[in-house]
Design a binder for this molecule. Structure first.
Ligand code: ZN
Length: 127
């Protein structure tokens, strides 16, 4: 029988360490790790608004042209084809904007230390 000098909990001799102190340590560690990183101080720079808007506009234009190209061969009136193309393009554009804004708000690529050293090839392709 021994008594933990830290918390005063009595223990059997077969226990080498105090379960109470280890448990408290683990709990403290757990609670320290649990809260997600505060978004107020992002490690990576946020995407510039213009970058997202550019992708949205590009996505809108490309999807609309694609949709029009596909629908044009079906003998539909040009107005309906254009409207359908614009609707599909707008939907895709919103999807792109939502994806970038909500799911990937940070600039793509490597850790912040590497960002300063080299340009991201994916970013360059759109500029
Ligand atoms: Zn203890």
């Amino acid at each position: 029988m021994w008594i933990c000098p830290t918390c005063g909990e009595p223990h059997q001799d077969q226990f080498k360490e105090c379960w109470r102190c280890i448990g408290a340590e683990m709990h403290q560690h757990f609670t320290e790790v649990q809260p997600p990183p505060v978004p107020a101080k992002p490690e990576r720079p946020l995407r510039p608004l213009s970058s997202i808007l550019f992708r949205m506009v590009a996505g809108f234009a490309i999807t609309m042209l694609l949709a029009i190209a596909i629908l044009q061969g079906r003998g539909l009136p040009l107005f309906e084809v254009a409207m359908a193309g614009a609707t599909i393009g707008a939907g895709f554009s919103l999807l792109v904007g939502f994806t970038l804004w909500v799911l990937f708000p940070f600039q793509s690529g490597a850790a912040p230390t590497e960002l300063t050293d080299r340009e991201q090839p994916e970013e360059d392709a759109f500029h």
